[in-house]
Write a protein of this length. Structure first.
Length: 282
C-alpha cells in the first residue's frame, strides 16, 4: 500500500482562484482588500516569506504594502508604526513578520495589532475566540491543515487526532481546530512518555516538531492520515519534512509531501483572512 498524496499546492491554487474571484466582486463594490506586512531587519528567510506573501497578494488582486524598518528600530517606534497602520482604512490585514530582533518583545507587538486586522490569527483575542468556537481570524497554517483534510473529504468527527508539537503558532491551535470539528485530540511533545505508542493510536497524525525525518513508519498506524508541517533544509540543500516520507508513505493512508504540502496553504489562508476582513467593512 502506498499512501494517497494530499496535494497541498493544487488545493491552494484552486482556493486562490476562488479568492481572486471574491476580490473582483469586492472591487466592483468599491472595496480593494489591502494587506500590510512590517519587516524589521533583513533576515533572509523572513524576506523570502514576505516576498512570497506579496507575490500571492498581487496575483489575487489584493493591494500589498511592505513596510521595511531597520533592525535598530526601538520597540516604541515599531508599536507607533503598528498603531498608524491600525488606523489606515485602505489596510484590512496587518502582520509583523516574525522573528523580531531580541530587543523587541514579540508579545507586545502581536497585542498591539488591532484584532480586526489580525489576519495572522495570533492576537490573544483571536486565539480566545477560536478556543470558544466564535467567528474570528484563524491562524493560517492550522486553518490550512483543516482545509486540506476537508478537501480530501476525510472525516474528522469522532476521529483520534495526535499532534506532535505544542507551539503557539501550529501545535496548540491545530489541536483546538480539530477539537472544534468534534475530533478527540491528544497533544504530544518532548516530555511525552511512550511517544511512539501514543502516535500510533492516531487516525490523523499532525507532526510539527522542526526535526528532519523525526517520524518514521513505526510511529504510524496502518492507514492513518499524516500531516507533515515541518520544513527543514538538509546539508544537500534539499527540503524535507519532520516525517520520513519514503518510509511512512508505505504505511499511511494519506500523507502531505514537503514541499508542496501544507506550506502553500499557509499563504492561501492569509489571503482568505484579508478578504474576510475587507468584507467586514462593507
Amino acid at each position: 500500500m502506498t499512501a494517497e498524496l494530499i496535494k497541498g499546492l493544487e488545493i491552494a491554487e484552486k482556493k486562490r482562484k476562488q479568492i481572486k474571484e471574491k476580490v473582483e466582486e469586492l472591487k466592483q463594490q468599491g472595496i480593494t482588500p489591502g494587506l500590510a506586512v512590517i519587516l524589521v531587519g533583513n533576515n533572509p528567510a523572513s524576506r523570502s516569506y514576505v516576498t512570497g506573501k506579496g507575490k500571492a497578494s498581487e496575483e489575487a488582486g489584493i493591494y500589498f504594502e511592505l513596510i521595511e524598518m531597520p533592525e535598530t528600530i526601538t520597540e516604541e517606534e515599531l508599536l507607533q508604526e503598528i498603531d498608524r497602520v491600525n488606523h489606515d482604512e485602505k489596510i484590512h490585514g496587518l502582520l509583523v513578520q516574525l522573528p523580531l530582533p531580541k530587543h523587541i518583545n514579540e508579545e507586545a507587538v502581536i497585542e498591539k495589532i488591532s484584532p480586526e486586522k489580525d489576519v495572522d490569527g495570533f492576537h490573544p483575542i483571536s486565539i480566545g475566540r477560536m478556543m470558544i468556537g466564535q467567528d474570528t481570524f484563524l491562524p493560517c497554517t492550522p486553518h490550512g491543515i483543516i482545509e486540506l483534510v476537508k478537501e480530501m473529504q476525510i472525516e474528522m468527527s469522532g476521529k483520534h487526532v495526535v499532534v506532535i508539537g505544542r507551539s503557539n503558532i501550529v501545535g496548540k491551535p491545530v489541536g483546538q481546530l480539530f477539537l472544534n470539528e468534534n475530533a478527540t485530540v491528544t497533544y504530544c511533545h518532548s516530555k511525552t512518555n511512550n511517544l511512539k505508542e501514543v502516535a500510533k493510536l492516531a487516525d490523523i497524525l499532525v507532526v510539527a516538531v522542526g526535526r528532519p525525518k523525526f517520524v518514521t513508519a513505526d510511529y504510524v498506524k496502518e492507514g492513518a492520515v499524516v500531516i507533515d508541517v515541518g520544513v527543514n533544509r538538509l546539508e544537500t540543500g534539499k527540503l524535507c519534512g519532520d516525517v520520513d516520507f519514503d518510509d511512512v508513505q508505505q504505511t499511511a493512508g494519506y500523507i502531505t509531501p514537503v514541499p508542496k504540502g501544507v506550506g502553500p496553504m499557509t499563504i492561501t489562508m492569509l489571503l482568505h483572512n484579508t478578504v474576510l476582513s475587507a468584507e467586514c467593512t462593507k
